[in-house]
Design a binder for this molecule. Structure first.
Ligand code: PNS
Length: 165
């Protein structure tokens, strides 16, 4: 059966222009994109999982039901089964992403034979963008306005202003 929906999983702490671009490009291939926001056990996340889900829903509100955003914990393959999806989309920025991504794709295939991972190459201007660097730069007062969306930029400003209080 051909897939009409794909999962786009990640930590999204926070969503970057790189993620947003891949989601939009995925919508040109699939009818629906189901974003899976990982509830990470580590307490070091800047945004809570509820905040990350809310930010992503706000970001893609114009897409309506074409973009669904859910949080998940545990295995990605179980999330895929829960939402009835058999395609996972991951972005590749540079060759350094390849080892980890290939290992994950193969392990997920081992765990769930029906699951296919599709890779998309990040746009050149997003190839050096990561959530980790966004957090680091924003926390040090640097300008991240060109590498995150206006929704995320505002949320970062509010988050760091609240932390200073
Ligand atoms: O944005 P990230 O941090 O690169 O996303 C990584 C993510 C969430 C896709 C990955 O850590 C994941 O799928 N975690 C769920 C646990 C799991 O299924 N682990 C086994 C993967 S082989």
């Amino acid at each position: 059966m051909k897939a009409s929906a794909a999962i786009f999983p990640g930590t999204f702490d926070p969503l970057t222009n790189g993620h947003a671009d891949l989601i939009k490009r995925s919508l040109r291939i699939f009818d629906r994109v189901i974003v899976g926001v990982l509830m990470n056990a580590s307490k070091s996340a800047l945004f809570s999982v509820e905040e990350r889900v809310a930010l992503m829903r706000d970001e893609f509100k114009e897409e309506g039901s074409r973009v669904e955003v859910h949080s998940f914990s545990g295995l990605l393959v179980e999330f895929a089964k829960d939402v009835g999806a058999t395609v996972v989309i991951r972005g590749l920025r540079a060759i350094s992403d390849y080892d980890y991504e290939a290992q994950m794709a193969l392990m997920n295939k081992h765990l769930y034979e029906d699951l296919e991972t599709l890779f998309m190459i990040a746009r050149e201007e997003n190839s050096y963008v990561s959530s980790t660097l966004v957090r680091q730069i924003a926390s040090l007062g640097g300008d991240v306005s060109k590498i995150v969306t206006p929704v995320v930029h505002l949320a970062l400003k509010e988050k760091y202003a609240a932390q200073k209080k």
